[in-house]
Design a protein around this ligand. Structure first.
Ligand SMILES: NC(=O)c1ccc[n+]([C@@H]2O[C@H](COP(=O)([O-])OP(=O)(O)OC[C@H]3O[C@@H](n4cnc5c(N)ncnc54)[C@H](OP(=O)(O)O)[C@@H]3O)[C@@H](O)[C@H]2O)c1
Length: 267
């Protein structure tokens, strides 16, 4: 897909891979809509250096009403979103935390918030890239206890579960999009040096620009990528859990229950 003149929404655009992606996109698309957790004043150093038409929207994914507000703000800013990159995420906290909405924080930030944006914006979406992680390959969903309330919590476990939920949701969503004008895929961006990587894993990563290049490679691929999972640039099989229709349906039911308080039903 040629991104020139397109409207692109990128979440988590203020640090790490998202920041590197924003820097690469600015001035090369029609309208770049960036989301961040921080205030405009706090990220002025980034925003002031970006070329082209840029809109900045703030929302803390730890508050579902703010995610709904973000979706509403995007609707005001753009009648059509040619490319939505759901990149924002947090590492699992060392000890299990609940958000203001009473939901395990990693699940809400990394998974539910992406579902809210995809659902609320669905009628105006073109290509959706949900940023996943190879950690999803060895995760389990634990559908009876998605938020790890009854034990077995670990920071990496919660993170990997949130990413398996993303990949499963993306496969489900792809089955409901026509693949011609609207499509959804998930991408593992690589092992990349960032605050998130540093918080959870004691390994070195590649430069954030590599993660950005991987995401933008997939974003620009011609033809349909609907339902695909990419390991960096390679289309590959996701965790089989993600492709099982019965599991997808059950995840969607649990997700709808969790989002009922804000009136969002992805089904
Ligand atoms: N790094 C890797 O090796 C790796 C591997 C696989 C997948 N990924 C995925 O790649 C994506 C980017 O990660 P990264 O490594 O670049 O991490 P990062 O540098 O920590 O960036 C994460 C972004 O998400 C934002 N964010 C965090 N908590 C938020 C919240 N509560 N509400 C709204 N936004 C929030 C951050 O905002 P602030 O800067 O204001 O905190 C930041 O812009 C994530 O989806 C991650 O899971 C990364």
């Amino acid at each position: 897909m040629d991104l020139t003149d397109r409207t692109v929404v990128l979440t988590g655009a203020t640090d790490g891979i998202g920041r590197a992606t924003a820097l690469k996109l600015a001035g090369h698309v029609g309208h770049l809509i960036l989301h961040g957790l921080q205030t405009r004043a706090e990220v002025a150093g980034l925003l002031d250096g970006l070329a082209g038409r840029v809109t900045y929207l703030q929302a803390d994914y730890g508050h579902l009403d703010q995610v709904s507000g973000l979706a509403a703000d995007i609707k005001v800013a753009a009648s059509h979103v040619d490319l939505l990159i759901n990149n924002a995420a947090r590492p699992g906290p060392q000890r299990r935390e609940r958000t203001a909405d009473g939901i395990e924080a990693t699940l809400q930030t990394n998974y539910l918030s992406t579902v809210v944006l995809c659902t609320t914006l669905r009628a105006r979406l073109g290509r959706v890239l949900n940023i996943a992680s190879a950690t999803h390959l060895t995760a389990d969903l634990g559908l009876d206890d998605l938020g790890l309330a009854s034990g077995g919590y670990s920071a990496v476990g919660a993170y990997a579960r949130s990413k398996l939920a993303i990949v499963t949701f993306t496969c489900w969503l792809a089955g409901r999009l026509d693949g011609g004008t609207a499509e959804a895929a998930s991408v593992h961006p690589g092992v990349i040096r960032s605050r998130l990587l540093n918080d959870m894993f004691s390994i070195q990563g590649a430069a954030p620009e590599r993660g950005a290049d991987n995401i933008l490679h997939v974003a620009r691929l011609p033809g349909s990528i609907n339902g695909r999972y990419f390991d960096e640039r390679e289309p590959t099989r996701p965790n089989p859990t993600a492709e099982a229709p019965a599991i997808q349906r059950e995840l969607l039911d649990r997700t709808a229950d969790l989002l009922a308080p804000i009136g969002v039903d992805p089904r």
